[in-house]
Write a protein that binds this ligand. Structure first.
Ligand SMILES: C[S@@+](CC[C@H](N)C(=O)[O-])C[C@H]1O[C@@H](n2cnc3c(N)ncnc32)[C@H](O)[C@@H]1O
Length: 207
């Protein structure tokens, strides 16, 4: 019964696209913080864009966004949303972080929202973000840190994964994530956490 993470995300994509934002106040703060750092000439990359809502919100503030996700179903819905909204400066592309390739220093800003805790190899992902950013480029992440307050879920998750109700997920601590991001060569500009899952919103720059 166990499913791969890609199968999991493909299967839940239609429902995910209809879910209301869980914490609208925090979401609005994240959008505002990100848009305050955006400039009209920027090239932006988003990893794990899901059904594209955030990329489409940011699209009017930059030149172009490449928005990627491992799930073809998520990307299909994202493209429909972009067509419906008449937004043509976002290119949606089906790709895992692991498989994505572009020239070094291609982007002014990289976003990874609700993603890092889902990746088996965070160090490799952070190295890729660093490589893809221009010098001084901005990395913005939002990462669920289950080990801080929801450690009691740890024995439950493998069972949920086995019946196809949970994806691959790491139990992270916010302090550890900040340490890993610093080790990868980023200088922290701003961070705050929110919610029961202690989601860590972090803005940093490539040093
Ligand atoms: C929790 S959702 C977050 C979606 C969106 N960023 C948001 O904040 O609503 C996680 C997304 O990451 C994608 N994902 C999972 N593993 C991935 C990987 N290795 N590479 C790229 N995307 C991945 C999933 O398909 C899913 O759309």
């Amino acid at each position: 019964m166990a499913v791969t993470s890609t199968e999991f995300w493909d299967r839940i994509a239609p429902g995910y696209s209809k879910q209301p934002v869980a914490d609208s106040e925090s979401y609005a703060r994240k959008l505002a913080t990100t848009q305050a750092l955006m400039r009209p000439d920027m090239q932006v990359l988003e990893f794990g864009c899901g059904t594209g809502s955030t990329a489409l919100e940011h699209a009017p503030h930059v030149t172009h966004i490449v928005a990627t996700d491992v799930s073809a179903a998520m990307i299909g819905i994202a493209r429909e949303k972009a067509d419906h909204a008449g937004i043509d400066n976002v290119s949606f592309k089906q790709s895992g972080v692991e498989d994505f390739n572009a020239a070094d220093g291609s982007f002014d800003m990289v976003l990874a929202l609700n993603l890092l805790h889902l990746l088996p190899d965070r160090a490799a992902a952070l190295a890729k973000v660093h490589q893809l950013l221009k010098p001084g480029g901005i990395f913005i992440s939002s990462t669920v840190c289950l080990a801080d307050r929801m450690w009691f879920l740890r024995p439950v998750i493998p069972l949920m994964q086995w019946i196809g109700k949970a994806p691959y997920v790491n139990f992270l601590k916010a302090d550890d994530v900040m340490g890993e991001i610093a080790t990868a060569g980023f200088e922290q500009q701003e961070h705050w956490t929110h919610g029961r899952a202690n989601s860590l919103f972090l803005v940093c720059r490539k040093t």
